[in-house]
Design a protein around this ligand. Structure first.
Ligand code: 5AD
Ligand code: FES
Length: 348
């Protein structure tokens, strides 16, 4: 009797596991179980998305941040971070470049930077919406009020990414300063869903203090939330943070969790993240083969790339957007997938 495989079968059939079952599955995984899982994950990926891989053009428009997350390289206490902000014109130039390269989703991501006040953000979203009516606009701006989220939605944003980071309140406190809480974070996600955003959450794999228990809670929270997207990547230590000397997450566990997410919520948009590509030269390919179906290359101007350094050794910081697109396209073809020119919406 092979328990882990039975849990995978049960998950596939019912879309649920009890907490003890999640824990047992994660703790007793091995290479054979992982292969079994990935095969099923690819079956679901193909059923809903074929061999298509969606791209999002990531625009990292500010690395100022009022928060002080212990893991993050752009935390406010990091005096060595070289801070920058893109102008509205620069952001629109990134979109123009991206559109020409075949991107139909733009992701505006930044630290929690008060300089980009509500009206300024609305103007930017509105300008992109007017110029690119056939594109999706994704925001990744951290925690905001429900009213602010609503107004940005009305200005033309379609999607919002906000990783819950960890569902366990105690673990959340180990990763963040006291002014931030898991409860508040999760509330933002419920608000975003209610407003009508295609909502993305996610977490780091192998963050300090994380065990199978926390991972079980993460998966159960995601099951309850039913987001449209889930971004997970390994924790990678950044040299100028309190977690500089901590161990990073593994490729193996990240891939296993991608597989589980694909089986639990088969229609999910699941990126093979840059962090995964950072700790393994073929990390993104392996992510796709474990069930992911999205990649998010960078559209930011090359002179600021290196400055948006959430973790050490981040890849692609020296490459032009066009090079990244070609590179990814070739990589995906190499494993039998196709990078498509498409908004890449959640499959209804
Ligand atoms: N390693 C990996 N991922 C990180 N993030 C922030 N810092 C790190 C790190 N050191 C992730 C967080 C955040 C997302 C934008 O990047 O999960 O939500
Ligand atoms: Fe800014 Fe974490 S320090 S998001």
């Amino acid at each position: 009797m092979d328990k882990p495989k039975q849990f995978i079968d049960k998950l596939e059939e019912t879309s649920h596991l009890a907490k003890e079952e999640w824990i047992a599955l994660i703790e007793n995984r091995n290479e054979t179980v992982a292969e079994y899982l990935f095969e099923k994950a690819r079956k679901w990926q193909h059923k809903f998305y074929g061999n298509h891989v969606y791209t999002r053009g990531l625009i990292e428009f500010s690395n100022y941040c009022k928060n002080d997350c212990y893991y993050c390289g752009i935390r406010r206490s990091n005096q060595n971070a070289d801070r920058y902000r893109l102008t509205s014109e620069q952001i629109l130039e990134c979109c123009q470049l991206g559109y020409g390269l075949g991107f139909r989703t733009f992701v505006l991501q930044g630290g929690e930077d008060g300089w980009f006040a509500q009206e300024r953000l609305e103007e930017i979203v509105h300008a992109i919406r007017e110029r690119y009516p056939d594109c999706a606009i994704t925001l990744s701006l951290g925690e905001r009020s429900k009213e602010s989220y609503r107004r940005l939605f009305e200005a033309g944003a379609d999607r919002y990414l906000l990783r819950h980071e960890t569902a366990d309140e105690e673990h959340y406190r180990q990763l963040h300063p006291p002014e931030l809480s898991a409860v508040q974070r999760k509330q933002c996600l419920w608000d975003l869903k209610e407003i009508g955003y295609q909502t993305g959450t996610g977490f780091m794999v192998g963050s300090p203090g994380q065990t199978a228990v926390q991972l079980a809670e993460d998966l159960m929270f995601i099951r309850r939330l039913e987001p449209h997207m889930v971004g997970i990547g390994p924790f990678v230590p950044h040299h100028d943070t309190p977690f500089a000397a901590e161990k990073g997450g593994t490729v193996e566990l990240t891939l296993f969790l991608i597989g589980l997410l694909r089986i639990m919520l088969p229609k999910l948009l699941l990126p093979a993240t840059t962090a995964l590509g950072t700790i393994d030269a073929r990390g993104r390919e392996r992510g796709i083969l474990a069930g992911a179906n999205v990649v998010m290359p960078n559209l930011s101007p090359t002179d600021v790339r290196k400055k948006y350094e959430l973790y050490d050794n981040k890849i692609c910081t020296g490459d032009e957007a066009a090079e990244c697109r070609t590179c990814l396209s070739r990589r995906m073809e190499g494993i039998g997938y196709q990078l498509v020119v498409d908004r890449g919406d959640f499959c209804q």
